[in-house]
Ligand binder design. Sequence first.
Ligand code: BYC
Length: 461
Amino acid sequence: MSLYERIPNNVGLSSDKRLLRALEHWLPNYMQWWSDMGPEGFQADDVYLRTATSVEAGGWAHFDYVKMPNYRWGIFLAPPEHDRRVGFGDHFGLPVWQEVPGEYRNMLRRLIVTQGDTEPASVEQQRLLGQSAPSLYDLRNLFQVNVEEGRHLWAMVYLLHSYFGRDGREESEELLERRSGSGDKPRILEAFNEPIEDWLSFYMFTTFTDRDGKYQLLALAESGFDPLSRTTRFMLTEEAHHMFVGESGVRRVVRRACELMRETGDDDVRRQGAIDLPTIQKYINLWFSLSLDLFGGEVSSNAASFFSSGMKGRAQEPKYSDHVALEGSYAVAGEDIPLRNAMNEVLRDSYIEDCEKCLERWNRVITEHEIPYRLSLPDRRFHRHIGAYAAHRFDPAGHRLTPEQWNERRDEFLPDGNDFAYIRNLCTPVMELGKIAHWISKPTTGIHGMPFEFEYVRRER
Ligand code: BYC
């Protein structure tokens, strides 16, 4: 089968000789990377996966068993919009670009590379998790997320190969060379160098870090560079499932804790082999704060340039009334900042609002069990490493602490070595059909109309 027949696409791959040549070179390296850094120990198994085969709203995905190395990673752009215009910034109202505008080439390449870098990074972070999955259903969801992150890398590599010539090809190779957590060639953004060694971390990551993905993709979907906008719009369709995996995963852990608290009358569910609510809170503190850093500095001239050039907007830009943003200001860390310089903070605010809704849904489970406890998001100042709050220490309520106070109290706020070890020990694999680990409740429905008891992963025998 020729290359273009193996790659589902709606970008006219069969007649795009330049792209085909670039992909022919890149694909073997990608497959090598997947074999080295993709999920370890499951490559020969049949996994019930969703594959994107078109961009039709009703039927874009196909579900079937596939071995992960045979997954058909494809290239899809959302359909073009007739007479689309730049929606914000200095070029507001002019026709969108179909080719890279020369004066913004470096900026655009950097945005695409930063976005692209996160995709393989997350696969690397999650590489060993399959070996401790709480059920076949969860195992399948992990692999679904992994193959789609692989496809999102393809989406960015498509842009680099098609629009950036030789340096695009070089960047595409480097995307396969950096490694999450590596000392000499780490991934670009910090949260993507953090280890994910247990399933609570995985659910937190897919809740909070994938949700940063959603907001960054929404902002890029507004781009005046039309191929970037169309690519990211389709990526958002897949991203929704990743956040579902995270949010419902945490909800099931919370539910299990609550059930055991009610059944036994004992608040310390660690004694029953489950995860207690205060530990869940510490994980929220960790992953929410790491994900807030991904929005960059509160005051950023880079963000102002992304906006003025029309390359990166705000999430759902049409809902704002002023798309030029030359006059407004935004309150940041107690000061009024020219609006364009505050675009990272504007996006972060939309994100925080969305995260709050997630917390409400988790708290509803606790309330249903009549347990007097509430999970909450820490203050935005807490545990930050990027931006205005990075230089100081704050508690989760946002009160400033001295370095000594922080050192003394750090383990109240964030998981410590014992917490991680406890959770890791709980995560022993459960691979029997229809079975689930003791520390998490079953999902209410399965995948694609299948029951929980479905054989989502057929282990190689
Ligand atoms: N870590 O002006 P500043 C996803 C750097 S997740 C390390 O404050 P700027 C996914 C910055 O590069 C979404 N470095 O921020 C989720 C700059 O460096 P230079 C990924 C950082 O430039 C789960 C300096 O600090 N997509 O899709 O506005 C699974 C000053 O920067 C960090 C995107 O991020 C950090 N956290 O950057 C799979 C969209 N933050 O110039 C996938 C593309 C900042 O001094 N990226 N720096 O060398 C962007 O739009 C922007 O680059 C940022 C903010 C949002 C990252």
